[in-house]
Design a protein around this ligand. Sequence first.
Ligand code: UD1
Length: 420
Amino acid sequence: MDFLRIDGGRKLQGSVPISGAKNAALPLIAATILSKRPVHISNLPDVRDIHTLLQLLDNLGASFHYRDHQATIDTSTIQSTIAKYDIVRKMRASILVLGPLLARFGHCEVSLPGGCAIGQRPIDLHLRALQQMGAQISIKSGYVVAEARKGLRGTTIIFDKITVTGTENIIMAAALAKGETVIINPAKEPEVVQLCQVLAAGGVEIEGIESDELRIRGSEGELLDLGSFRVIPDRIEAGTYLCAGAITNSQVTITDCDPNHLDAVVAKLMEMGFGIKRDRRSITILPARKIAPVHIVTSEYPGFPTDMQAQFMALALMAEGTSIIEERLFENRFMHASELMRFGANIQLKGNVATIIGPTKLYGADVMATDLRASSALVLAGLAAQGRTNVHRIYHLDRGYERLEGKLAALGAAITRLRE
Ligand code: UD1
């Protein structure tokens, strides 16, 4: 198993290009199931989750050609509508094939994704919405079995809670349904917006994109023509590199990003005393004279993203004073706190609130990654710590960060990938 070795305490400098967004690419790949012709997607991040979903499509009988961040996917040859346990267990987001498979074939079986390190993560909202659209759903031998032999029909769906992949699943299902689907309280994340834009360009009438009410006029089973498109930049990867600049109090520029998607993250960095220079496609973080503590409450977009919470907990260790982080989306997303304490952090946890008492002098340690974003927080702490850090179980990182060690090394970090 690979691990990362970091010799910390160095300043970073230079610029780092941001890859395509994993969480935008996943629903877009799933949406190719709705297309009558091969679809070409560029700016795909070269990360494990993307290859897992391509493999899932391949198992269903689709064919794809992947090379250098681009894939051409042909789903006209799909023969199976069963997403097996072996793949779904590797990646929860496999549930994204549920909506499009059901909409196109009137049947599908997807292994239940189950819980994960950051919480229970049910899919009840996805299932209830599909039932409202006329699907019959049962759970058999660990699989969600969904049937809609006469096709799905549009209806009004009110999400009690905002769900990103739930919204995406229903948007894709609605694209081929009969009549109009109204989604009230949808997720408005940029990744959801891109899915809507791609489907709209492929012939689906969608109103209310980026608003609290989406109206989707379905094609009554007629397949779409999705053509070719480019995945938007990864705002979480971008935020993570801004934090790498911040935690080492260095000047770092992130390029090929969309600064508009990073408002909440940039606002918190500025509150902490860092300078920010924004351009059309880049952001530069400048060192702070004094790093101020911060109060963060995670919420849905455009609020502060839960996927940046762990990185800011690491950063808050450097602040002069007490920072508070409230995690509102996932019930168990503080697994990184106990690992950060191995560096010498002073963090108190009470329910969904973490109190971080800074500033802390961090010392390198052996630590273990527990989930994707928690892993990047440990890498950040390793960059700031004095001495050597080994981050173990980095297969989590490989799910979502492309060439993390290469990009950080190019900024001047002493980081290498080694084998246990
Ligand atoms: C997506 C992102 C993930 C991010 C999360 C929140 C992808 C592939 N993943 O995950 O990186 O951390 O959004 O921004 O895009 N919930 C239910 N029932 C459901 C669905 C969700 O109770 O049927 C709850 C969840 O447990 C959680 C909250 O709703 O508490 C939000 O989850 P959701 O937005 O669905 O997260 P994902 O789409 O799984």
